[in-house]
Design a protein around this ligand. Structure first.
Ligand code: PBG
Length: 326
């Protein structure tokens, strides 16, 4: 026998002991489930690059939400899929009254008053250019975009959204939107700002889901360079000062250091978006039998919490809830 005074393995000797010393926990109430809605009725089509994730029309979505809420999931983030014919340069559909999307928010709120509904504030699903901001002469213009974003925000708040998620990365948008919301009387509507949103390859499947890929160029003049960390602090500080209630990091997996950084520097909740490409990566490997999908999913979600995220936007919410509830 060798004398070893510190034997960390003692704290791993049984499942009960391991649970006693477990530092990070995952709860169903940590999850926000992103969902895709299309106009019409009787629609349910699977997103090719996201097996198990569907675009629903409202009737189907309400059915689905019964299952979702029965699992204990208490928050969703709803994204609209618009046909090309309804898109224009100004993303006009995003702030017109009574669009299928805004009506759906109101209908969901009526049927599920306790469910937190988050919305996305950016022009891309409504823009014929497929960009998050207004395009003029091939450039994404900042200040003129703010006006459109704030009209979109007020329309979403009026429809019943609880949390707005500006995902556009224009400068000054959080403060601008906050002011317009307050002036319209929506002081209780929260802002979860996409603060550190990187120009990432991991959004590909999401753009398939919404058919919202940019028609030209890329998003590098507004989304952040994946190589930068200190810049994330600047973006987060601006959003904090402009009145954001929660700060989000996106994507999550390749940016765990950024989650940790923001958690250490700001005393408001940090959220992380476990994005479409991260979902597709695990799903495709699991479907090929190359890894254990459930274990990989739980490991990833726990790691995001461990890094410092309080809540997680994840397409895995239902499957993870099933495991946590078992
Ligand atoms: C729109 C938006 C995107 C995502 C959320 N909101 C795509 C993008 O910025 O191109 C990505 C979500 C995901 O990949 O799951 N601004």
């Amino acid at each position: 026998m060798i004398h070893i005074s510190r034997r960390p393995r003692r704290n791993r000797k049984s499942s009960a002991v391991r649970d006693l010393v477990q530092e990070t926990t995952l709860q169903v109430s940590d999850f926000i489930l992103p969902m895709f809605i299309v106009d019409g009725t009787g629609q349910k089509s699977e997103v090719k690059s996201m097996p198990g994730i569907f675009r629903h029309s409202l009737d189907n979505l309400l059915e689905e939400l019964k299952e979702v809420t029965d699992l204990g999931i208490r928050a969703i983030d709803l994204f609209p899929n618009y046909p090309e014919s309804r898109k224009d340069r100004f993303a006009s559909e995003s702030y017109q009254e009574d669009t299928f999307y805004l009506k759906a928010i109101t209908a969901i709120k009526e049927q599920f008053p306790e469910l937190v509904i988050m919305t996305d504030v950016a022009m891309d699903p409504y823009s014929s250019d497929g960009h998050d901001g207004l395009v003029e002469n091939g450039k994404i213009v900042n200040d003129a975009t703010l006006d459109i974003l704030s009209k979109m925000s007020v329309a979403q708040a009026r429809a019943g959204a609880d949390i707005l998620g500006p995902s556009d990365m224009m400068d000054g948008r959080v403060g601008f939107i906050r002011r317009e919301l307050d002036e319209a009387g929506f002081t209780d509507v929260s802002i979860m700002s996409y603060s550190a949103k990187y120009a990432s390859a991991f959004y590909g499947p999401f753009r398939d889901a919404l058919e919202s890929a940019p028609k030209f160029g890329d998003k590098k003049t507004y989304q952040m360079n994946p190589a930068n960390k200190r810049e994330a602090l600047l973006e987060a500080r601006l959003d904090f000062e402009e009145g954001a209630d929660m700060l989000m990091v996106k994507p999550a997996l390749a940016y765990l250091d950024i989650i940790r950084l923001l958690d250490e520097h700001f005393n408001i909740p940090i959220a992380a978006y476990n994005v479409s490409g991260e979902y597709a990566m695990i799903k495709s490997a699991a479907m090929n039998g190359w890894l254990d999908g459930d274990r990989a999913m739980m490991e990833v979600l726990t790691s995001i919490r461990r890094a410092g995220a309080k809540c997680i936007l994840t397409y895995f919410a239902k499957e993870a809830a099933e495991i946590l509830n078992a």
